[in-house]
Design a protein around this ligand. Sequence first.
Ligand SMILES: Cc1cc2nc3c(=O)[nH]c(=O)nc-3n(C[C@H](O)[C@H](O)[C@H](O)COP(=O)(O)OP(=O)(O)OC[C@H]3O[C@@H](n4cnc5c(N)ncnc54)[C@H](O)[C@@H]3O)c2cc1C
Length: 388
Amino acid sequence: MADRSFLDWPFFDDAHRRLADELEAWCTAHLSGAHGNDVDEECRTLVRKLGEGGWLRYCVPAAYGGVHESLDVRSLALIRDTLARHFGLADFAFAMQGLGSGTITLFGSEAQKDAYLPAVAGGEKIAAFALTEPASGSDVASMETSAEEADGGYVVNGAKTYISNGGIADYYVLFARTGEAPGARGISAFIVDRDTEGLDESERIKVIAPHPLATLRFDRMKLPAAALLGERGKGFAQAMATLDVFRTTVGAAALGFARRALDEATARALTRKLGQGMLADNPITQSKLAEMVLDVDTSALLIYRAAWLRDVMGKRNSREAALAKLHATDSAQSVIDKAVQLFGGLGVTHGVPVESLYREIRALRIYEGASEVQKVVIARAHLAEFAA
Ligand SMILES: Cc1cc2nc3c(=O)[nH]c(=O)nc-3n(C[C@H](O)[C@H](O)[C@H](O)COP(=O)(O)OP(=O)(O)OC[C@H]3O[C@@H](n4cnc5c(N)ncnc54)[C@H](O)[C@@H]3O)c2cc1C
């Protein structure tokens, strides 16, 4: 039984505690956890189910069908923590509705918010966030996809890759170079509907934990002026502001995976015979379990502190979000690895939860800022604070 004592921490309100209880009951009733063969169809179904359950309302502000006036990071993190513990693909479906609509929530016009956010909250539109390119992943500022002004709108050429929900999304929030200045200051954001002429989303990418992922190609793709999202030339800052909200929640997903691994490993250790006793009676096993508990608790503290700082203190939390993402994703990897070890041969057998967790966790240390990038953010903040 997953440890739920963290819900008593002062970072939460009673509304968060109710949310955690209600979502727990919903997950038990609605998420089978079984992967079908068609991951696209499974994701579409999950988005619809999450919409019907009302959970996607946490991805948008109240004025557009959401729950909170503005995005509440503690709720987003609690939801990801819980969904990931039950079923990784459900967490993915939820997370992408948030990430793929976040830039519209933060910077969209009223017309754009009206057109997209209620449909995202209802699970009627599937969202995606297209930033990474074949030649620029971590180094976002050097992106090459261009959006040139023409005929009162824009013409887009280039490619984006590793785009989650690529191939099934109803729209993409796309970042492209509009050329106001070199580097980070010459990028703008756009909303691209899936049926736009010149958009090719047919090249799919298969990864170790299956979910919809594609390379997008833009060949003279025409966009109307109204597709521009926020101010021209501010796309880099908008992308970073969106990632700032969701980075903490990547840590929360890792935490959910780690909690599940700890639960699975504990149950196994208590029931697997070793010599005259059980695996759990062995001091080496107990040392492993203690380290796993420590990793889970420290991750939870860092994640919910980062979320609370932003929600309640209204502070920019780049340093704390980076600490939370770095620690939670790295340590979840270690927790899951220990769980696999405790399962022995069964741990690497297809269909056993710890085996799929082992595959699920890996990408979280790479996307939305690799662990090394988080270290750069943390060290820069530390040095600046020290010098001040
Ligand atoms: C499953 C999955 C889903 C994804 N979904 C999306 C999505 O929806 N939208 C989107 O836009 N992108 C998405 N991505 C792309 C992801 O954001 C990039 O993979 C990531 O930013 C790293 O870029 P890269 O793969 O080009 O690696 P590179 O930028 O080439 O980096 C390779 C490695 O170099 C090291 N490194 C990088 N920068 C530094 C640094 N400053 N200092 C020290 N070392 C460094 C790190 O170890 C890093 O892993 C997804 C990726 C995966 C794997």
